[in-house]
Write a protein that binds this ligand. Sequence first.
Ligand code: SAH
Length: 219
Amino acid sequence: MTVDRRGIGMTSKRTRERLIQRLMDQGIKDYSVLDSIRETPRHLFVDEALAHRAYEDTALPIGFNQTISQPYIVARMTELAIAHGKPEKVLEIGSGSGYQTAVIAPLVGQVYALERIRGLLEKSRARIRELRLRNVQLRHGDGLVGWAKEAPFDVIIAAAAPERIPGELLEQLAPGGRLILPVGGVKQSLVVIDSTEEGLKETVVEPVTFVPMLPGTLR
Ligand code: SAH
């Protein structure tokens, strides 16, 4: 893969700034999140044919029937992930193109990312390496069962929606940790579960649309 760090032509900087402005207009406030989005070359995470649309605030196809997440939702979930300070260990489920991975990696200690489709995993691994994000471990695996060997995690963040919250993920949450995920079928909500001294506390953030979290892995 060839990586063009200069972006697409002369408009790239202006186009990226327009995206940042849009995210701010939609209520994203954390400057470290906005900076990370600004610095992350989203055009490298989509096919060349779609690169000219990479800084639009929309999901785009990445093959295998999956999509790269919309920048707004990546920003919102990253903001929720670092709201209580810098998490040391983060589990990401459904890393897909690796875009969310690249946005969150500079803001946390270590990212452990799981993707069930091998083809996507391999492409994202090349991108993460090219961008020299050394605190990321990507693995071909099923997020419904989490990553027990590396648990507990300060933050677990998922880009695919299970019908209900998987018990394994709650078990792999550190005391004081936070699980951020879309939940539901046709109608989904972005949900935050905080593990507190008084037990699990659930907050519904907003309605969202994600692909389903499916069991098992694909070659
Ligand atoms: N944040 C990613 C989103 C990709 S779409 C990006 O911006 O590119 C969601 C991803 O979740 C898909 O790649 C899908 O294959 C993956 N996925 C779905 N169920 C999963 C599971 N049980 N374990 C791991 N990954 C899963």
